[in-house]
Write a protein that binds this ligand. Structure first.
Ligand SMILES: *Cc1c(COP(=O)(O)O)cnc(C)c1O
Length: 378
């Protein structure tokens, strides 16, 4: 099946008890057993729940994977991956990483003796140099937040040893635009909160993968640590995923039109979008992505926090908020929001200028969106 069909149908059957075409919300903690040890495959909802199970199968299928696991948030999914490691193990990650991922690595897991190295992964050579015999995991995010850097998944897969797991945070691209497993990734992680849910109404995370031993380990951690997603949220995620392709086509189209507008606006300094031919890794973006997504960052010629704030205050359709990937357009200011905790020199070094503004372009009419930006910029 093509991805557009899999989004609606993969792993989803009419409910066996009633024929309900939409997967019911199995709002139950436990399941009656016929006799000790005899059950219908479900014993306790931390371990298995039918609504979650359908979503896990669906998410695995749309990423060309065998196994899927859903968690209470994207960070809970990351938490499960790092819990596979032991003290002394090393992780290599990108220096342009989602702030929450950086925080869980450095403030939660570092103190348990896991070593994290952050390198500029847009240059594969940097990854190669960082690998030691203690390296157990390479954690990639592409495109990155908020600089829209592109990391070559296949390139990294080709330089690592087989015993090093390659995990890719595929939140920005979504399975509709990019399937990291096809390029050699071992684990794909999603913040389902964003495009997969798509309607800014849930917090959820997911992991998908093919290796049965790693999957067994992760199911053990999911059950033992217990950070699962509830059945109601799984229902909403299943509903969201069914329209991912239709939404993403519009997100991409609107974003490309907004990029065109920003490029010729005389207030704007730089525009960061992987679809631009002058993006430093545009060729790799074209190789591993089917389209370039709905996220855009740009900086202003007047490079001050004040200039950025005044624009954030003036947009009406673009709502000032954290998060991304919902049907409605959002605007944010990394230097004072998501990346405020990073010291200024380090922030500037990774390209996050004082005036940098990030857009999550929604699926509204694009001329209304451009109008909104034009008024705010003038
Ligand atoms: C939001 C986000 C996360 C964290 O997911 P939550 O669902 O908020 O816990 C991780 N990675 C990326 C790229 C994100 O955008």
């Amino acid at each position: 099946m093509k991805i557009e069909t899999k989004l609606l149908h993969a792993g989803i059957e009419p409910d066996s008890a009633t024929g309900a075409i939409m997967t019911p919300i199995y709002q139950t903690s436990t399941y009656v057993q016929d006799e000790v040890g005899v059950n219908k495959g479900y014993e306790y909802s931390r371990t298995q729940n039918p609504t979650r199970h359908v979503l896990e199968k669906n998410l695995a299928a749309i990423e060309n994977a065998q196994y899927g696991l859903c968690f209470g948030s994207g960070l809970a999914a990351i938490d499960a991956v790092i819990k596979m490691l032991n003290p002394g193990d090393e992780v290599i990650s990108t220096n342009d990483l989602y702030g929450g991922s950086y925080r869980i690595f450095t403030t939660i897991f570092q103190k348990y003796g896991i070593v994290f190295k952050f390198v500029d992964m847009t240059q594969i050579e940097n990854v190669k140099v960082a690998i030691t015999d203690k390296t157990k995991l390479i954690w990639v995010e592409t495109p990155t937040n908020p600089m829209m850097s592109i990391i070559d998944i296949q390139g990294i897969a080709s330089i690592k040893r087989d015993d090093i797991l390659l995990a890719v945070d595929n939140t920005f691209a979504t399975p509709y635009l990019q399937n990291p497993i096809d390029f050699g990734a071992d684990i794909v992680m999603h913040s389902v909160t964003k495009y997969l849910g798509g309607h800014s109404d849930i917090i959820m995370g997911a992991l998908v993968l093919n290796d049965s031993e790693v999957a067994k380990n992760l199911y053990r951690i999911q059950n033992s640590s217990g950070a699962i997603s509830g059945p109601q949220d799984c229902f909403l995620a299943l509903r969201g995923v069914k329209t991912l392709h239709v939404r993403m086509d519009r997100h991409c189209y609107n974003a490309s039109k907004i990029v065109e507008f920003l490029q010729v606006n005389d207030q704007i300094d730089k525009v960061y979008y992987p679809g631009l031919v002058n993006h430093p890794n545009h060729i790799i973006a074209k190789k591993q992505m089917r389209n370039f997504g709905g996220m855009i960052s740009f900086s202003l010629k007047e490079d001050t926090i004040k200039a950025a704030h005044s624009i954030l205050k003036k947009t009406k359709l673009f709502s000032l908020a954290e998060s991304l990937g919902g049907v409605e357009s959002l605007i944010g200011h990394p230097a004072s929001m998501t990346h405020a905790s990073i010291p200024k020199e380090i922030r500037i070094q990774s390209g996050i200028a004082d005036s940098l503004i990030r857009l999550s372009v929604g699926i509204e009419d694009v001329s209304d969106l451009i109008d909104d930006l034009e008024k705010a910029l003038s």
